[in-house]
Ligand binder design. Structure first.
Ligand code: SF4
Ligand code: FE
Length: 483
């Protein structure tokens, strides 16, 4: 079954026996939980769109390993065209969900693992690459969603993994057996974990020889014994649990989620281990994964930005301000910023190159520039959206008041804008802007723009490393005729 339908995907998740906690309680039915389901729907969109002929070229491709048609989210990029299509696919998914659709972390991990395992094997004669190929074939053949897991809790940032007061603050091997290893630790901010079939764990940073037990990468099913998922909360999340919640949620059908994922003495079989103690390759894996994910943001955030710009334009239309020149100019500025992010995503893809293993990687400098811009522009786009929306976005009465027999007619009467648009539609669009800038989707659009795929300083380190200052100095010397 190389391509699952959205419904088949949902049913496949029902078969998982996940250990999930939220608001201090164990969740028995994860799939239908009102605060989790919208995030599941976002991932489901990656399956639904792949079934539609108009998106076939963007959402699907042919596997280089099996020759079968696969979802692009399980693809190993074969050329720069694949890299560009990936960015376009993520923009499309962002437009259709106005949220984080989570499946990209796995795709980015596949591509980083594929090339890195090849290079480890070349040095050490290990068989990680072959193992990884078997794993990725299994993923492609079953059209799985895999959650790439990189970020450890990290404890004291001034200490290396093995020097922490609590050794579990970075995920590590606690026991080595003939048939595999036992690991302990946690991964934080784990995007989409309950909507994933597998979790693909990678180290969180470059490692020194003494951190050998921390240089571990593997994939296991998300319902493996010993894994506990503790859901993160989001601003306004309980609105989703209110009876009949609709307008106030802003984006009723879609969302994203993050969680703290604890690995408490979890067994990993040998055939699923892709890095085990080769500390000098941890940095390569991190750098490549981060590079791919920084490229991703030039697609997904742009798609959500498209929705936000559209919502701001509607809000202006609904209150009669659309013709004002300063409103038009703000919409132009928002578009300019959004398309600049897209340009970076496309540019780092077009400038990609082949790795030794044969898959393609983005231009790392440009991917880091892309993400550095993402740490800034969505904030400015959100600021302008709030400017256009007006204060009503955060002072508006609730949907229950709007529906109330006693005061509903007042809300209807006094919150109207232009007379041709209903108060209800005005409320809907303002709640959508609130959702993306301050509500549940703000996790994905704002703070994730800052910290997801690495905080701004991580990109600046890469920009310093890739910027090639000596070459630039040489250029200046030549022009200035300095010997
Ligand atoms: Fe995908 Fe963007 Fe979410 Fe990362 S933040 S998983 S790239 S949608
Ligand atoms: Fe992310």
């Amino acid at each position: 079954m190389p391509l699952m339908t959205g419904e088949q995907y949902v049913e496949s998740l029902r078969k998982l026996n996940l250990n999930v906690y939220m608001f201090g309680e164990k969740i028995e039915n994860v799939v239908d939980h009102p605060t989790i389901r919208p995030s599941l729907n976002s991932v489901k969109m990656t399956y639904d769109l792949a079934q539609m002929s108009e998106y076939e070229d963007l959402m699907t491709t042919i596997s280089n390993l099996t020759g079968e048609k696969i979802n692009r989210f399980t693809n190993l990029h074969q050329n720069t065209d694949d890299l560009i299509k990936k960015v376009k696919m993520l923009r499309l998914c962002g437009q259709k969900t106005a949220a984080c659709f989570q499946r990209c972390v796995g795709m980015d991990a596949f591509n980083a693992e594929y090339s890195t395992t090849f290079e480890i094997d070349k040095t050490y004669g290990t068989s990680y690459h072959q193992r990884f190929k078997e794993f990725i074939k299994f993923v492609q053949e079953n059209d799985l969603t895999v959650d790439g897991a990189m970020t450890d809790p990290k404890g004291d940032r001034g200490l290396s993994p093995s020097k922490q007061a609590d050794p579990d603050l970075y995920l590590h091997v606690v026991e080595r057996r003939d048939d595999g290893v036992i690991v302990r630790g946690a991964k934080a901010h784990q995007t989409g974990i309950t909507n994933s079939h597998e979790v693909l764990v990678m180290p969180t940073m470059a490692m020194r020889p003494e951190d050998k037990d921390y240089a571990i990468s593997f994939s296991i099913p998300t319902d493996t014994k010993g894994i506990t998922i503790i859901m993160g909360r989001q601003s306004c999340d309980t609105r989703k649990m209110e009876e009949g919640a609709d307008i106030d949620v802003g984006n009723k059908n879609f969302g994203g989620h993050e969680a703290l994922v604890v690995f408490d003495d979890v067994f990993v079989p040998n055939e699923r281990i892709f890095l085990n103690g080769e500390t000098e390759y941890a940095g390569m894996l991190v750098e490549r994964f981060a590079g791919y994910h920084r490229q991703s943001y030039g697609g997904c955030k742009v798609g959500v930005g498209d929705v936000l710009i559209g919502a701001a334009a509607l809000a202006a239309e609904y209150n009669g301000a659309a013709k004002a020149t300063h409103i038009k100019d703000k919409l132009i500025e928002m578009t300019h910023l959004n398309e600049t992010l897209y340009a970076c995503g496309i540019a780092c893809s077009a400038e990609g190159h082949e790795t030794e293993s044969g898959n393609y990687i983005i231009d790392l400098l440009l991917a880091n520039v892309c993400k550095q811009n993402v740490t800034r522009f969505p904030y400015e786009i959100a600021r302008l959206a709030e400017d256009i929306a007006g204060g009503l976005m955060v002072t508006m009465p609730s949907e229950k008041d709007f529906r109330s027999k006693e005061v509903g007619h007042y809300v209807e009467k006094y919150l109207v804008g232009v007379s041709s648009v209903s108060t209800e539609n005005r409320m809907r669009v303002l709640r959508l802007i609130e959702n993306i800038t301050l509500g549940t989707a703000a996790v994905g659009y704002r703070t994730e723009s800052m910290h997801g795929a690495g905080s701004p300083q991580a990109q600046r380190i890469m920009i310093a490393r890739q910027g090639n200052l000596p070459h630039k100095k040489k250029l200046a010397k030549a022009i200035a005729r300095i010997k």
